[in-house]
Design a protein around this ligand. Structure first.
Ligand code: SF4
Length: 81
């Protein structure tokens, strides 16, 4: 999959898969953290183009593929919440 810079990307975490390795948190601490259960939590889901490489590395670092980047650029009017 090729991700174009400038597209709006968002992190999704599957806490059911997370094994608390913490690799992703070390790589992308601005976006990911471990909660009190030791499971990954997304602290900032929107990924700017400046952060894209870092977040991609974090996603790849997860041994159990609990993280993924989804294209959030085609949600129409860009409403939030
Ligand atoms: S690298 Fe994967 S398993 Fe480890 S904390 Fe992050 S999401 Fe969880």
């Amino acid at each position: 999959m090729v991700i174009g810079l400038g597209e709006k990307m968002r992190i999704e975490a599957n806490r059911n898969l997370c094994q608390s390795y913490g690799n992703c948190v070390v790589i992308a601490p601005d976006h990911l953290d471990l909660d009190e259960e030791g499971l990954v939590t997304v602290t900032s889901s929107d990924v700017s183009s400046a952060d894209l490489e870092t977040v991609q590395a974090a996603v790849r670092s997860c041994p159990v593929h609990a993280l993924r980047l989804v294209d959030d650029s085609d949600d129409g009017n860009g409403s939030h919440g």
